[in-house]
Design a protein around this ligand. Sequence first.
Ligand SMILES: Cc1ncc(COP(=O)(O)O)c(C=O)c1O
Length: 409
Amino acid sequence: MTIDLARARALDAEDPLRACRDRFLLPDGIIYLDGNSLGALPAATPERQRRAVEQEWGTSLIRSWNDHGWIEAPQRVGAKIAALIGAQPHEVIVADSVSVNLFKLIVAAASLTPERPTLLSEAGNFHTDLHIASGAAELVPNLGLEIAEREAIEARIGADTNLLLLTHVHFKAGFRFDMASVTARAKAAGARTLWDLSHSAGAVPLHLNRDGAELAVGCGYKYLNGGPGAPAFLYVAEHLQEQLVSPLRGWMGHAAPFAFTDDYVPAPGIARFLAGTPPILAMAALESGVDAFDGITMDAIWAKSVALFDLFASLVAETCPALACISPADAERRGSHISFRHPHAFEICQALIAEGVIGDFRAPDVVRFGLTPLYLGFEDVFRAVAIMADILDTGRWRDPRFAVRGKVT
Ligand SMILES: Cc1ncc(COP(=O)(O)O)c(C=O)c1O
């Protein structure tokens, strides 16, 4: 056996991030391995929400737009996210959902080089990315969506490529692209790259500026702990900002929203990518989710993620022979979740949830576990795999109640 319970506990005792667990409220008896779908509740969030509702909204009312910094929230929270992803503070803004931000950036960026007809993406990319891309491609004159297999993507980049749309860490298996080399390859061919960082931000070290990234979007409700349906963020490199105009020309992206003019003049800088009024209560929750990273480096988070992953993988290899790991063994090639294939992955996932181990299922046959170093420990991993091994050995997952599918799987 790789380790025993006593060793797992010793690893937790030595863990420099151990105290970060207290920054979150987790229910007793639950091992939460789904922070890559919905981050856990930060301990500061209920009080922050209460303040936003009772004091800011309830007492200060509309004055809060100025008095409590509501109007700056998209930039302020964006700047905090920028620090986690290796960007300058004025290159990131919080707005809308990943889906909507993808649309804005695809249309804005693709319109810059209309002579290049191909929007290129990966087969098996997260489906919203492909759906949004196909809709955007129908609207931009002369643009068409082409989908290539992952292995063929880089070779496919050519003189016709307008925009490369890639998810940095794949939502299912956790494969990670090399941002610097793919971006450089695209640039050398005269193309731009738009990165979806939904499974990367707050999970793996990111260096958007260093790696030459020009465009990115990312999710607020996963590793950033912003709460269900939290607003997303978008990144536009400084040098591109003045060249792009959002196709969603809302008043909040206007240079003078309160001048109430008929003509659209985009705001200078990243603010032009806002559309409508920011959801302030959701922004407050996201801000407290991002604040949970205060004082912690992404390198420390990543070092622990690697150790949690390696422990998870080796325990499963020893005790759950029916599960095939599909996530990369090489830490440089993966994100912060670990996935396994099994024909009854759905039932196994449900049986685990019934026993307090929460992961998730991704159709058709993948069970996936998010490794969130801020609130997950080595004992958690040890216990989760032990429970899973027992469920597999005894066949408890065969109980018919575990085959019942809800609307959300
Ligand atoms: C890679 C990726 N992109 C986009 C999304 C969806 O983002 P949104 O719901 O904010 O549109 C998800 C959700 O899981 C995702 O994993």
